[in-house]
Design a protein around this ligand. Structure first.
Ligand code: NAP
Length: 551
């Protein structure tokens, strides 16, 4: 640590810094950013409040936590050697394996010595006079850097609703992303899970066989797709490893960053009912998101096409869940498929056929009144528990950035700026916050995350190179460019069924957080188009940005 007063100007006369770049977060984004910047010889310090690297994969340790993207493309693509060396054990690896993989990358790329764990960045204040960021940690350390990168993840700021009496519960009660690191003995216990999103869908089947009972409190039913989990075989691994350049290229050119064969060049109305059912059944059997991306080109834009797929999924629930009343309660209604992020299923529906598993519909049947010392009191009864898990989601995209005091050139915080309307330039930077970059920031695409992250990291690295090559002191994005992007992001979402997500409290629109949405938090104009735009921006030497030369 250096006191800012002790710092000397460098040989170019630029004010001195501790690091060229400070990165907040040591998950996929932070590790990727660190690697790319180190390759360019930049000095970088990565800070993370967790006691391990891994981001989402170090926080989300609940039983059953695993990827929803398939392992072989849920990884960094920058090194063919690492792709060949690492072996995945299954199609959707569990959090432990993801964490092992990220350690493998960090070790092989010698990243760890530049990462400081257990350190929370409390503030980052832009010093306009010197064109530098002053960063302070919770431990009282202060650092100066020229560039600040947020690599905090889009779904990292946890959200706990203000349930009356929440603090009174006598047993363990925690958000799902804070599952205790030390062994939590849930075997033979009565467990309540509030929330029925992607997290609960993974957690329930994993713990149900071991607990005395488990009860899910569901507000909105989800469309849930079968995962089709399977072990990696030597043959499959060989096929993947001999095709990596093609797989990576497919990710780069796919609307959701996944190596799928789409567009498929057919619309739903072209098929008869029987043909449609056969197509959906085939994709249902294959598992994963192909159901949405390899069925029909208009599935995510046309309500009739979407309704046909939704009906297919509702019929599957009836087939899988024995009790008709439970099946109906689990059937999503009133919003289209993918207006809310569909979780992948590892036996969720069948789990409701167990005698020790219960569903409480808190919208139509039993609204929650309060949490008591012993459980969850609804309008009908007290459900008694030993453990309560709050699988209640996240203040996505803006939450983590607004939680830190990040002050831009005019002294305004990012939270204050966005309070009058969210606007970013491609989710990468925001006007008035010079030399600040965001990875998976608001209005960036929601797609296979490692692909989006790596393409964003490449753009940021190129932008910093451009600035250093030209001896620029600062970069700001013009209001015009920012407004154009934000309008374009809204136009893009308006062309999809995602715009109806408000009816289902989706985090895509911020509608899961009281008072937050709806606003356009995600770019749904195609990750492939976004990557092309990033490349064009680099080719045009970042002409949409305003640079100021060193004094
Ligand atoms: P989520 O999908 O937002 O689900 C939160 C749940 O809590 C919802 O069922 C929600 O109900 C409920 N809830 C929120 N406020 C409530 C309240 N006041 N009273 C009662 N219930 C309330 O959160 P998540 O399951 O943690 O998943 C969030 C995202 O993280 C996912 O969409 C996904 O992108 C990511 N994720 C990914 C993976 C993976 O890839 N393997 C795994 C887990 C999560 P409503 O639906 O009515 O709002």
């Amino acid at each position: 640590m250096t006191s800012t007063d002790d710092k000397k100007a460098d040989t170019n006369g630029a004010p001195a810094t501790d690091y060229d770049v400070v990165v907040i977060g040591a998950g996929f984004s932070g590790l990727g950013m660190l690697h790319y910047l180190k390759q360019e010889g930049r000095s970088v310090r990565v800070f993370d409040k967790a006691d391990d690297i891994g981001g989402t994969w170090t926080w989300n340790r609940y039983p059953g936590a695993r990827t929803d993207s398939e392992s072989y493309y849920y990884c960094f693509s920058f090194s063919e050697e690492l792709l060949q060396e690492w072996s995945w054990s299954e199609r959707y690896p569990a959090w432990e394996e993801m964490l092992e993989y990220l350690h493998f990358v960090a070790d092989r790329c010698d990243l760890k010595k530049d990462i400081q764990l257990k350190t929370t960045i409390e503030s980052a204040i832009y010093d306009s006079e010197n064109s530098l960021w002053d960063v302070k940690t919770n431990t009282g350390e202060a650092y100066r850097c020229k560039y600040l990168v947020s690599a905090m993840g889009l779904i990292s700021e946890l959200y706990i609703p203000e349930f009356k009496g929440l603090d009174t519960f006598k047993g363990p009660c925690f958000h799902s992303s804070r599952w205790p690191k030390e062994e939590l003995d849930y075997k033979g216990k009565r467990v309540g899970i509030i929330g029925a999103g992607a997290t609960a869908v993974q957690l329930l089947p994993e713990i149900a066989p071991d607990v005395e009972s488990v009860t899910i409190f569901q507000r909105t039913a989800n469309f849930i797709l079968p995962a089709g989990q399977k072990k990696m075989t030597p043959e499959w691994e060989k096929e993947i490893k001999s095709n990596y350049p093609e797989i990576i290229n497919k990710c780069r050119t796919h609307v959701f960053g996944m190596p799928f064969d789409s567009p498929v060049d057919r619309v739903s109305a072209d098929s008869t009912d029987e043909e449609r059912t056969a197509i959906y059944q085939k994709l249902w059997d294959e598992g994963g998101f192909r159901f949405c991306f390899e069925s029909y080109d208009d599935l995510l834009s046309d309500l009739d096409a979407n309704e046909a797929a939704s009906d297919f999924l509702r019929n599957k629930i009836k087939e899988l869940v024995d009790d008709p009343e439970t099946a109906e309660a689990l059937s999503p209604r009133g919003y289209p498929l993918f207006a809310k992020r569909p979780p992948l299923d590892h036996g969720y529906y069948e789990t409701f056929n167990r005698d020790n598993v219960h569903l409480v519909d808190i919208t139509n049947a039993e609204p929650i009144v309060e949490i008591t010392e012993t459980g969850v009191l609804t309008e009908k009864q007290l459900h008694e528990f030993d453990i309560i898990v709050l699988a209640t989601g996240f203040d996505a995209l803006t939450g983590a950035l607004e939680h830190i005091e990040i002050r831009g050139a005019n002294g305004e915080t990012i939270k204050e700026k966005w309070s009058s309307g969210l606007a970013t330039y491609m989710g990468l930077c925001t006007t008035g916050f010079p030399n600040l970059f965001m990875i998976t920031g608001p209005q960036a695409p929601f797609a296979n995350l490692p692909t989006t992250i790596e393409e964003s990291v490449k753009w940021i690295t190129a932008c910093i190179n451009h600035m250093e090559d030209n001896q620029y002191a600062s970069m700001n994005v013009s209001e015009k460019a920012e407004n154009q992007w934000s309008e374009h992001a809204t136009e893009a979402i308006d062309m999809t069924v995602m715009k109806y997500g408000h009816a289902a409290n989706t985090w895509f629109l911020g509608s899961n957080i009281p008072g937050k949405g709806p606003s356009t938090l995600v770019y749904f104009g195609g990750a492939n188009n976004y990557f092309d735009m990033l490349q064009e921006s680099q080719d045009k030497k970042f002409s949409e940005l305003e640079f100021i030369e060193l004094a």
